[in-house]
Design a protein around this ligand. Structure first.
Ligand SMILES: [Zn+2]
Length: 230
């Protein structure tokens, strides 16, 4: 029910559950499902497509944060006292995020971020885009699909990106224009410097330290209120 692609499909799954013999044996479960279905607008993904959730339908960022504290900072052991726990959070956790930010600024991101945010040559192979002034038209010659990308809003008309999640079409246009998408890894010197300042608190950065040795970045700015993945 959660992953139903359309409202009709959701209805069909609901009716299947309600008509199931096993469900009829357990009246409390039956009433639980009825209650859940009444609140379907809150959880069914097909009814939440107009929300710009950037592909995050759950609070897994918070959960991942707690996992880092437990696994990486505390190494799965209990702190001796609340004071020690506080010490770990303000010192070790701070250092952990500082290191992550500096890795991203220096173009050494974790493998999972590279996979998510960088397109391979084979992914780009059949894509081409056309500038329509305020938006871009992205065509896939292999799959014969056509989608529209708005870099200012950080959205695309493809099914994967209807909630504002960075998709390959957005990444393709942004990387071709050397525009920093901000939903993904930084591609220009300006954003890398901003990450350095956040991580270290110091704006004393040698000129060209985060500059590209391959090409001169253009100073195209895209107004998005999106977050940078860490
Ligand atoms: Zn897309």
């Amino acid at each position: 029910m959660l992953y139903s692609k359309t409202f009709v499909e959701l209805e069909i799954f609901y009716q299947e559950i309600m008509n199931d013999d096993l469900t009829k044996q357990y009246s409390r479960f039956e009433s639980y499902v009825v209650g859940l279905f009444q609140r379907r607008n809150e959880w069914a993904l097909c009814l939440r497509q107009s929300l710009i959730t950037r592909g995050q339908n759950t609070n897994n960022i918070c959960e991942a944060g707690v996992k880092i504290v437990k696994d990486t900072i505390l190494d799965r052991t209990r702190a001796y006292s609340p004071v020690q726990l506080f010490f770990f959070i303000v010192n070790d956790l701070e250092k952990f995020y500082e290191m992550k930010l500096l890795d991203i600024a220096a173009n050494r991101p974790a493998q999972y971020l590279k996979k998510k945010c960088i397109l391979t040559e084979s992914q780009k192979e059949h894509l081409e885009f056309k500038d329509l002034e305020s938006t871009y038209e992205v065509k896939n010659n292999h799959k014969n699909t056509l989608y529209h990308v708005d870099l200012d809003l950080g959205i695309c008309s493809c099914p994967e990106d209807c909630t504002g999640k960075p998709c390959k079409h957005q990444i393709f246009v942004a990387s071709s224009l050397n525009v920093d998408l901000k939903l993904c890894l930084p591609t220009n010197e300006e954003t890398r410097k901003a990450l350095h300042i956040i991580a270290t608190g110091s704006s004393e950065i040698e000129n060209g330290w985060y500059g590209s040795i391959l090409k001169q970045p253009q100073s195209i700015s895209v107004n998005t209120e999106n977050k940078i993945l860490v």
